[in-house]
Design a protein around this ligand. Structure first.
Ligand code: SF4
Length: 217
C-alpha cells in the first residue's frame, strides 16, 4: 500500500494532516507532491497493490491524472481515494471517488500521533520546523462554529482532543525537533495545566499557546 498527496499548489508549508493520520494508521509511505512537487515521476518507479490518493477540490485535476497514469502503467494495481475523520483542511473539503478507502476511526485521544516522517517531503518539513520558518502543526480540534462563507469547515460541530493529549504530542515534537518555538508553547501549556484550571480554561489556554506557534488545526 502507498499513499499520495497530489499537488494542490498552495499551503506547501502544511502537511496533508488527514493523510498523515491515515498513513500512520495504515503504516504507509506518502509521496507528497504538494510540498515536494519534483521529481514528478517518482511515484511511477515501482508498483504497489493499493494506491490511496487524498483528494481535495484544489488538487482534483492532479489526482485524476495520477489515477489515469498509474492504472495505465500498472493495470493490476487498485487506485482509490482515501478519506477519514478529517473532512476539511485549509477551508477545502476532501473529495472521494466511487472506490474509496475509508480510514474509519474517530477523532480522539486514542489516535496515534501523526508520523510525518512517512512523507517523502519530511526533510523539508523538518528543516523548516527546526528553523522556525514553518509552524509545527497540531490538530487540536475539528469543526468550527463561525460562518466564513468561503470555508467548508463553517458552522460545524466542534470536537476536540484533551489538552493533556495535545501537550503530550507537543512534548514528543519537542524531543524530535528541538525547536525553541515548540518548546515555549509546550512549557507554557504544561505549566498552566498544573494550575488545576477548569477544562474550559485549559482549552482556552492551550488554544492561546498553540496559536503562538501557529499550531491550531
Ligand atoms: S474561522 Fe472557522 S469557518 Fe472561518 S475560516 Fe476559520 S475554520 Fe473556516
Amino acid at each position: 500500500m502507498l499513499f499520495v498527496n497530489p499537488d494542490a499548489h498552495s499551503n506547501r508549508d502544511i502537511p496533508n494532516l488527514s493523510l498523515a493520520y491515515a498513513a500512520t494508521y495504515f503504516k504507509s509511505r506518502v509521496i507528497d507532491y504538494n510540498t515536494l512537487p519534483e521529481p514528478i515521476n517518482r511515484l511511477y518507479t515501482g508498483e504497489t497493490d493499493i494506491l490511496g490518493v487524498s483528494i481535495q477540490s484544489r488538487s482534483y485535476s492532479h489526482a485524476n491524472s495520477i489515477k489515469r497514469k498509474y492504472e495505465e502503467l500498472f493495470p493490476d494495481a487498485t487506485v482509490k481515494s482515501i478519506n477519514g475523520f478529517m473532512d476539511v483542511l485549509c477551508c477545502y473539503p476532501f473529495l472521494q471517488w466511487d472506490d474509496t478507502l475509508n480510514f474509519d476511526v474517530p477523532f480522539s485521544d486514542e489516535l496515534p500521533f501523526p508520523e510525518y516522517e512517512r512523507f517523502d517531503s519530511f526533510d523539508t518539513f523538518f528543516k523548516n520546523w527546526k528553523s522556525g520558518h514553518w509552524h509545527y502543526p497540531v490538530v487540536t480540534s475539528l469543526g468550527c462554529p463561525f460562518l466564513c462563507t468561503y470555508c467548508a469547515s463553517r458552522n460545524r460541530k466542534w470536537i476536540s482532543r484533551s489538552p493533556e493529549n495535545c501537550v503530550k504530542e507537543l512534548k514528543q515534537a519537542k524531543e524530535a525537533i528541538k525547536a525553541e518555538a515548540v518548546e515555549l508553547a509546550m512549557e507554557l501549556a504544561e505549566k498552566k495545566l498544573k494550575e488545576k484550571l477548569t477544562k474550559e480554561e485549559q482549552e482556552k489556554l492551550l488554544e492561546d499557546s498553540l496559536t503562538k506557534i501557529g499550531g491550531k488545526g
